[in-house]
Design a protein around this ligand. Structure first.
Ligand code: C2E
Ligand code: MG
Ligand code: MG
Ligand code: MG
Length: 274
């Protein structure tokens, strides 16, 4: 609970990985109810091009816990992956994103925007995944070409042939794929060649000290060159400063996401924030 045993000391919910076993168990119990109790929300963060135009958004899950307040996805997504709840939760996220795409498809100002959805490896590897996505597209009438599924390097390492087949089936529908957090996992470069990827997202940990850390700068520079030569769109995550933007632009990266352009926000405020 938020109130500590003694006096009037307030203890805030600890969102880092130090979370105690008891807290994890209680959080996990609450997560089971979260969907039914309507505590989950989807926020959206803009992605922009080198001219400052919005090209799309990334959907980011939020959990408003009745006692603890906002719980970070960094805390509850791993829990949901362990206990399988990520499957219904991930389905709900995809459903919201498809409904939003369908709405936008009737509004000329927004019809060209993409929505990127994070897909957990656990969710992606469900035998029903392709059928679920196809069902949602049919049911909502969302344009499949505007849906981008973000996968991580950890997925690509498992059963590469099956993963590839699943990706090919979805790609045949027009769905695109982004490799998220690039550089933080253990992906072999051969995956980049073999898998039907469209986009590569440079992890924010390399962008943070881009201007002062020569190693980060070298990694980002090389990643941009690699992506471009493989014909992939390269997106820089975590862009917070104008100087980072200028550096990226000067080095051939033309797609960005980060606080410089806008924080993740509820859909109704998305285009009022900047
Ligand atoms: P991610 O997919 O790499 O998402 C980007 C994260 O960077 C988000 O954190 C976003 O709020 C944060 N961010 C964006 N711009 C900046 C910036 O300029 N500076 C800094 N410091 N951070 C920035 P968030 O929302 O806490 O999400 C964390 C992770 O949780 C995501 O990383 C993703 O892996 C996972 N996640 C979020 N929503 C979902 C979901 O619906 N399904 C699944 N499976 N995972 C999700
Ligand atoms: Mg992502
Ligand atoms: Mg990322
Ligand atoms: Mg991440």
């Amino acid at each position: 609970q938020a109130k500590a045993a003694g006096g009037n000391t307030l203890r805030f919910f600890n969102v880092d990985m130090q979370t105690s076993v008891l807290e994890r168990a209680s959080l996990e119990g609450d997560l089971h109810q979260a969907l039914a109790r309507d505590e989950l929300a989807l926020h959206y963060q803009v992605q922009v091009d080198h001219q400052g135009a919005t090209t799309g958004v990334e959907a980011l899950l939020r959990w408003y816990h009745p006692q603890r307040g906002w719980v970070s996805p960094g805390t509850f997504i791993p829990l949901a992956e362990e206990n399988g709840l990520i499957v219904p939760i991930g389905y709900w996220v995809l459903q919201c994103a498809c409904e939003q795409l369908a709405k936008w498809s009737h509004q000329p100002a927004y019809a060209g925007l993409t929505i990127s959805v994070n897909v957990s490896s656990v969710q992606f590897q469900q035998p029903e995944f392709v059928r679920d996505v196809e069902g949602l597209l049919a049911q909502t009438q969302a344009p499949p070409g505007r849906l981008v599924l973000e996968v991580t390097e950890s997925l690509l390492m498992r059963e590469p042939t099956r993963v590839r087949n699943t990706m090919l089936k979805l790609r045949a529908q027009g769905i695109r794929f982004a490799l998220d957090d690039f550089g933080t996992g253990y992906s072999s470069l051969s995956y980049l060649k073999r898998l039907p990827l469209d986009e590569l997202k440079i992890d924010q940990s390399f962008i943070r000290e881009l201007l002062t850390d020569k190693t980060d700068a070298a990694i980002v520079d090389t990643t941009i060159l690699l992506a471009v030569s493989l014909g992939l769109t390269v997106v820089a995550e975590g862009v917070e400063k104008k100087e980072q933007l200028d550096w990226l632009k000067g080095h051939g990266c033309y797609r960005y996401q980060g606080y410089l352009f806008g924080r993740p926000t509820p859909i109704e405020y998305l285009f009022e924030t900047y």
